[in-house]
Design a protein around this ligand. Structure first.
Ligand SMILES: [Zn+2]
Length: 469
């Protein structure tokens, strides 16, 4: 389950019939920037949000967007009855005129000459290509069946064509619903391809570099479109990323680092052995997911009542190769991690009732994934991301202060003249806005999230502590 799945809502397809569960913002605990500008400004601004993933598009668009659209893995653009009773006309118009299936058989090759790319190709640590994708350029987007099927749609979502589509669709919808004559309005786009591509190909691959080269061009096209629709200098752009990505362990090992892949089976087996020894026979572990052991009902309470069993479990788990640290949910809830950065990071990502029972921190360069690589740790390669502002109200310059993607929403809110709840607004960075004290209210706000290398999880976690991927 993801943070936006909602069985009370029904998926709305812009193409073939879909069977996915509905999606909504029902689990979101906080207000969003999009919600606040809609509720505070008069007339209410337009809000549109696009991504390949519902869990990326929905937190950007908030609870009442004019349009929120994502790509269903079965091969159709979609929204949900939580946001629209049926297809939104301006979105449907674009999708009908630009069928993704037209990219079947299209070739993706390097945008620049080979010698402009860093590192080796294929990337060290590349896992066997899935869904027919070849290990090096050129990539022809096809499928074993010879028809546009799930294999093709998977390849398409890992290609720069998907990013180009999102930007182009956003411009079309913005223009159609009146961004040129009203404002301020809001556009949220999450470019998901770099994330998916890096899982499969490694952030060091030529493919990853090419996605960023082409994303840079796509952003240029997007800004040119906004110049045309809204006017040059009449909008503000914020660009950030919700996380980074680890190097493939095989690459780190070659470089002499202590690195590897954690075996989930081994973790679970070690936990079961430990608790069988101390608590008695039976199944104790429900699953391991996103750094947590989830225990069967009542098992954690059994450990709480038996401190020796808890200590033994922690000690036993630490013997699994790659495990650095084991933290119980009581420790995470108590949050007594003064002077302990990793402990504080862990406590920040703990959400009582949703997170698991035992958190397991891996050593640097150790990952748990069957893909080429993944993300989700607190290490620099996973948490260092860009935060870039551009346009109306922004003073040009490079600011060498510590900032976070959570500063983006308060900064845009400030420029739009709306207030966010104190907890959110406290993070605002005045230094990013113009120094003469006459702050422009941007007629249009554009919030982009590029899943670029080097980041933390924050776009989903602004409203959604549940899951990121
Ligand atoms: Zn991911």
């Amino acid at each position: 389950m993801t943070c936006t799945e909602d069985s009370h809502a029904t998926i709305v397809s812009y193409g073939k019939p879909l069977t996915s569960t509905g999606e909504s913002a029902a689990r979101m605990q906080l207000t969003t920037l999009a919600d606040e500008i809609r509720s505070q400004l008069s007339p209410p601004p337009h809000v549109i949000a696009f991504s390949l993933k519902p869990r990326a598009a929905i937190p950007l668009g908030g609870r009442r967007p004019d349009a929120v659209t994502w790509f269903d893995d079965a091969g159709a653009w979609a929204t949900s009855t939580a946001f629209a009773a049926g297809p939104v006309a301006s979105v449907a118009e674009y999708i009908n005129a630009h069928p993704v299936d037209k990219d079947f058989g299209r070739t993706w090759d390097r945008a620049l000459p080979l010698n402009r790319y860093l590192y080796e190709s294929p990337a060290i640590g590349l896992h066997p290509a899935k869904d027919g994708m070849t290990p090096t350029f050129p990539h022809v987007l096809t499928s074993p069946s010879g028809l546009p099927d799930q294999s093709f749609y998977d390849q398409w979502q890992s290609s720069p064509f998907a990013d180009e589509y999102l930007a182009s669709m956003a411009l079309h919808v913005a223009e159609k619903i009146g961004y040129s004559t009203t404002g301020p309005n809001f556009i949220g786009i999450s470019f998901s391809t770099f994330d998916k591509l890096s899982h499969d190909y490694s952030p060091f691959s030529h493919e990853a570099q090419d996605v960023l080269i082409r994303l840079d061009r796509t952003l240029g096209d997007l800004f040119a479109g906004l110049d045309r629709i809204v006017g040059p200098g009449a909008y503000t752009v914020a660009l950030t990323a919700d996380h980074g990505v680890a190097p493939p362990p095989e690459r780190s090992i070659q470089q002499g680092f202590d690195a590897g892949r954690i075996s989930v089976q081994q973790l679970i087996a070690r936990a079961e052995e430990s608790m069988t020894k101390t608590l008695g026979a039976g199944t104790h572990v429900s699953q391991f997911a996103h750094d947590y052991l989830y225990l069967e009902p009542g098992v954690y309470e059994g450990l709480q009542a038996n401190p020796t069993a808890m200590r033994t479990l922690v000690a036993d788990l630490k013997t699994v190769p790659g495990v650095l640290r084991v933290i119980t949910r009581d420790e995470l809830a108590a949050n007594h991690f003064e002077g302990d950065a990793a402990g504080r990071q862990s406590a920040l990502s703990f959400f009582e009732g949703r997170s698991g029972d035992i958190m397991i921190l891996f050593k640097p360069y150790w990952i748990e994934s069957l893909n080429t690589t993944t993300h989700g740790s607190g290490y620099q390669y996973d948490t260092h991301v860009p935060v870039i502002f551009m346009g109306a109200g922004i003073a040009k310059g490079e600011y060498l202060m510590r900032v976070s993607p959570t500063d983006v929403a308060p900064t845009l809110a400030f420029l739009a003249g709306v207030t966010l709840p104190a907890a959110v607004a406290a993070a605002m960075r005045r230094s990013a806005s113009s120094s003469d004290g006459t702050l422009a209210i941007a007629p249009s706000l554009v919030q982009l999230t590029a899943a670029a290398a080097f980041a933390n999880r924050s776009v989903c976690s602004i409203g959604q502590p549940l899951r990121y991927a």
